[in-house]
Ligand binder design. Structure first.
Ligand code: ACO
Length: 458
């Protein structure tokens, strides 16, 4: 049933508007302009045609089947619309409208759920900005149009923040497979959507902005998410960590904020990776989306700068990333890749004199060595090595050699360094402006890999 969200043959917009700027207008326009190839049916009793499409007075008057209905009409009219969706055989109603439990209108919310259950319709929302599934070119939101395509699924319990994050992912070229606003979670909740995404071949990792689970559903959340994490990594940013934050959560989505320690324990038990900031959530998600899972924990750092090497070493020690002590053979091999005053240990320091050739030779050694599972590549801007040249050479090397060792990168420097990292990111090499962020992302991948292995052995 829920699967209809990821494979609808047709979408109706109930409350599609003729008025530019209205939510029902923007949603219809986004669905059309993002390139959805299925059938689109605007529903509006006051219009014959909207944005060049024939409009229908009710979903019941659509001559063909309707899989998903996006509802953007005033709250009081939603029950009737849901009933009609039920009669029509609509599988999921995506209820954008506000004015339900979030403003104390619990009865109206219970009413739409009751009607939906009677008719076998599932409800996403209410009080949401919509959903997107980029692989079918579905953007049924009133957020920005051009969502970047990729393998990260994002679920947001906050509407406004979710829309803001859409813009953020576009600006940072973070590719999404799906995007769900869950709002009041009257019916479909975060865990159920995660289950859906766990089986979605276009999603590699699930990122969630969570304020809380609904009262009485904590155990169910842990049970469901424990299964999800065995299939896909899940990264959560849980808001409401402090007592003031919890009060803010209670008045925002009315979720059970619960003690932060409780959530922390539940996440650990379920294999959920917890991020403390939105930035960290996407740092980690990007690493999972772009890289293979670590084969083991043995990690090497390759750098042209001692300072960033030390920062990365500290970050690795603090986050439990195991830096190998290279064997004499490996030390000898690394020695061949650097000037005599470099360091062939870990971090492998190619020195500030390093050029592309030094990096590629060192990477070749690292990739071929059975002692090494994971690679951290660091670069500090020097006048003798243009970061864009290095980025191109690294991409070429990884693509030609089909490298399958988990790799994270940090380039530190100015605008050209930033451009180089964009290039790396576009080629599936997760790159970060600080060594700590790169190592942190890798540490979470290693933790996840160990968690899954441990659970599988049990
Ligand atoms: N069936 C079909 N169409 C209808 C119906 C109906 N029962 N009733 C009205 N319509 C038509 C209207 O004629 C109108 O089209 P028109 O502009 O061509 O005349 C259109 O549907 C919209 O109806 P309006 O009555 O004009 O409603 P309006 O657009 O003002 O508001 C909305 C509807 C957007 C759903 C509003 O009630 C609402 O809930 N807004 C908040 C939405 C929101 O913020 N959701 C949370 C997002 S998350 C966040 O925080 C960002």
């Amino acid at each position: 049933m829920l699967k209809a969200l990821l494979e609808p043959k047709s979408i109706a917009v109930i409350g599609a508007s003729r008025t530019p700027g209205k939510i029902g207008y923007v949603i219809l326009k986004n669905i059309m302009n993002y390139g959805y190839k299925g059938k689109i049916y605007p529903i509006n009793p006051n219009a014959n045609e909207i944005l060049g499409l024939k409009a229908y007075p009710s979903v019941l008057s659509v001559p063909e089947e309707v899989d998903v209905a996006v509802i953007a009409i005033p709250a009081q009219e939603v029950p009737k619309a849901i009933e009609e969706c039920g009669k029509k055989g609509v599988k999921v109603a995506v209820v954008i409208s506000s004015g339900f439990s979030e403003v104390g209108n619990v009865e109206l919310e219970e009413k739409i759920v009751k009607i939906a259950r009677e008719h076998g319709v599932r409800i996403l929302g209410p009080n949401i900005f919509g959903y997107a599934y980029t692989h079918l070119n579905i953007n049924a939101t009133f957020g920005p149009l051009e969502i970047e395509k990729g393998n990260i699924a994002l679920i947001s319990q906050s509407g406004a923040l979710g829309i803001a994050l859409m813009g953020w992912t576009i600006m940072n070229e973070i590719g999404l497979s799906a995007l769900f606003s869950v709002g009041n979670m009257a019916d479909i909740d975060v865990a159920e959507l995660s289950e859906l995404l766990a089986d979605d071949p276009n999603t590699k990792v699930i990122a969630i902005y969570l304020e809380g689970v609904k009262s009485g559903r904590g155990r169910e959340f842990v049970e469901k998410m424990s299964k999800v994490t065995m299939k896909k990594p899940v990264v959560v940013i849980k808001a409401g960590r402090t007592s003031r934050g919890m009060k803010a959560v209670a008045s925002h989505t009315g979720s059970l904020a619960g003690s932060d320690a409780l959530y922390d324990a539940a996440f650990k038990q379920s294999g959920i990776i917890r991020a403390s900031t939105v930035e960290e959530m996407f740092d980690i998600a990007r690493a999972f989306a772009q890289q293979p899972l670590p084969r083991g924990e043995n990690t090497i750092i390759i750098t042209n700068g001692g300072g960033v090497g030390v920062l990365a070493t500290d970050a690795a020690e603090l986050s439990g990333v195991k830096l190998i002590e290279p064997s004499q053979n490996l030390i000898n091999a690394f020695k061949q890749t650097m000037p005599w005053f470099g360091s062939p240990r870990n971090p492998v320091d190619l020195t500030g004199q390093a050029v592309v050739d030094n990096y590629i030779k060192a990477l070749k050694v690292a990739v071929e060595s059975p002692e090494i599972d994971n690679i951290v590549i660091l670069y500090c801007r020097t006048a003798i090595l243009d970061p864009r040249d290095l980025a191109k050479a690294i991409v070429e090397f990884y693509e030609e050699n089909k490298v399958n060792k988990a790799t994270v990168i940090s380039f530190v420097g100015g605008q050209d360094t930033y451009d180089a990292m964009k290039y790396l990111n576009r080629h599936n090499l997760p790159s970060y402006p600080s060594p700590e962020r790169a190592v942190n992302a890798l540490s979470k991948m290693i933790w996840y890999k160990k968690f899954v292995e441990h659970k599988t052995r049990k």
